[in-house]
Design a protein around this ligand. Structure first.
Ligand code: MN
Length: 343
C-alpha cells in the first residue's frame, strides 16, 4: 500500500457522521469514488451523505441509483454538513473546485479529510491522503476501504471500476499502467461489469446530442499550419438541436482524432460576450500553457478557459495564439502540469 492509512483508520473509528464531497463538473472518478466510499463506510455502520456542488449528470446517475447525492443548494445538505463530524473531500484539493460546497464546509465544525490524486493543492485545513502518481482517485479510495477491511462488494467494485476507467480514458491514456489494469481486473473479479459501465456512460446519447455533434463535426476545420483542428458550437446550435450545454462535453475529443491534428479546439458560445474554449493535445504541446494564456487551466493533454469575448473574436484570438506557438521550433508550451480544472 502506497500511503500510510493509520490516521485514516483512527478518524473513521472515532466518528459516526460523515459527509463526502467532490469537485464541480462531476465526472466518473469523482462520483465513483464518492459512492464507493459511502458504501464502504456504511458497512461500518457510519452515517454517510454525499453533498456535491451539483447532482450527477445523467450519464453517471446509474452510480447513485437511489438518487441520494445532494446538491449544495439543497436545504437538507446545509443541515447535514453542519452536523457532520468528518467531511471527506475526494478527487480535488482546491477550494475553487469545490465551488458552492465551500461555504458549507467553511462554516462547519467538522474535521476535514482529503483523498486526492491532483498536483494542485490549497490549504484546506485537512488531513491529506494524496498520491499524485495515481491516475484516478478511485485507486486511493480502494486503498482507503481496504485499510478499513471493508468488503469490496459488486456495487463498490463497479463504482471504482467506473472511476478508474473514466479517468484513464477507458484505459488508453499514458497513465494506464500494468498496476491500473491489475486493479481493474481485480474489480471485475469482485463483480464490476465493464460492458455495462461502458454502455451506461457512453452509449446513452440523446438524438439531440448526436445532432449537435454532427453539426460540430461538419464544421471541423484545420488551421493554416494544418496542425490544429477546431470547430465551434453556437447558442443557436443548442436551440435548434434541442441539445443541452452538457451535451457539448465530448465534442472536443473528436477534434483530435483527425490524423494531422496535434491540437484540437472547441469553441462554445456561452453568451454574446463569453466563449468557452477547450483544448486537447497529442504529444508534447501543453494544453495547460495554452489555457493559462487565457486565464484557464487543466492538464497537459486537456484544458479549458473562458474568454470575455464573442465567439468570432475568441476564435480569431485563440487560433492566432495557437498558430504562433506551433510556429516555434520548440513550442513555448511544454511543462507538464496537472490540475483539476479540466476543460
Ligand atoms: Mn480524478
Amino acid at each position: 500500500m502506497a500511503l500510510d492509512w493509520r490516521r485514516w483508520i483512527e478518524i473513521v473509528r472515532e466518528h459516526n457522521r460523515f459527509v463526502v464531497t467532490s469537485h464541480v463538473r462531476p465526472d466518473g472518478d469523482s462520483i465513483g469514488s464518492a459512492v464507493a466510499l459511502r458504501a464502504g463506510l456504511q458497512q461500518l455502520g457510519k452515517q454517510v451523505t454525499i453533498v456535491n456542488p451539483t447532482i450527477a449528470p445523467p450519464r453517471y446517475a446509474f452510480l447513485d441509483p437511489n438518487r441520494e447525492i445532494l446538491a449544495a443548494n439543497d436545504p437538507v445538505a446545509r443541515a447535514v454538513v453542519r452536523d457532520a463530524e468528518v467531511i471527506i473531500i475526494v478527487d480535488t484539493s482546491s477550494w475553487d473546485q469545490i465551488g458552492p460546497v465551500r461555504p458549507l464546509i467553511e462554516s462547519a465544525q467538522a474535521k476535514r479529510v482529503v483523498i486526492d490524486h491532483h498536483v494542485s493543492e490549497d490549504d484546506l485545513g485537512a488531513v491529506m491522503f494524496k498520491d499524485t502518481t495515481l491516475p484516478a482517485c478511485g485507486l486511493l479510495v480502494l486503498e482507503a476501504l481496504t485499510a478499513l477491511n471493508c468488503t469490496i462488494t459488486p456495487e463498490i467494485a463497479e463504482s471504482l471500476f467506473a472511476a478508474i476507467a473514466t479517468d484513464t480514458g477507458w484505459f488508453r491514456f499514458e497513465s494506464t499502467s500494468a498496476l491500473v489494469l491489475r486493479v481493474a481486473a481485480e474489480l471485475v473479479d469482485q463483480g464490476a461489469r465493464p460492458d455495462y459501465v461502458y454502455r451506461r456512460i457512453f452509449e446513452e446519447n440523446s438524438l439531440a446530442r448526436l445532432h449537435l455533434m454532427g453539426r460540430a463535426l461538419t464544421r471541423l476545420n484545420l488551421s493554416p499550419s494544418k496542425r490544429a483542428s477546431y470547430t465551434y458550437i453556437s447558442r443557436l446550435d443548442l436551440q435548434e438541436t434541442g441539445a443541452l450545454q452538457q451535451d457539448t462535453e465530448d465534442v472536443v475529443n473528436y477534434t483530435l482524432t483527425l490524423a494531422e491534428a496535434e491540437i484540437g479546439l472547441l469553441f462554445i458560445e456561452l453568451d454574446e460576450r463569453r466563449t468557452k474554449v477547450s483544448f486537447r493535445s497529442k504529444g508534447s504541446i501543453s494544453c495547460t500553457e495554452l489555457a493559462a494564456r487565457f486565464g484557464g487551466g487543466g492538464h497537459q493533454h486537456a484544458a479549458g478557459a473562458v474568454l470575455n469575448m464573442s465567439l468570432q473574436e475568441a476564435m480569431k484570438t485563440v487560433l492566432e495564439f495557437v498558430e504562433s506557438c506551433l510556429g516555434q521550433p520548440q513550442p513555448p508550451c511544454e511543462e507538464a502540469q496537472d490540475d483539476a480544472r479540466c476543460g
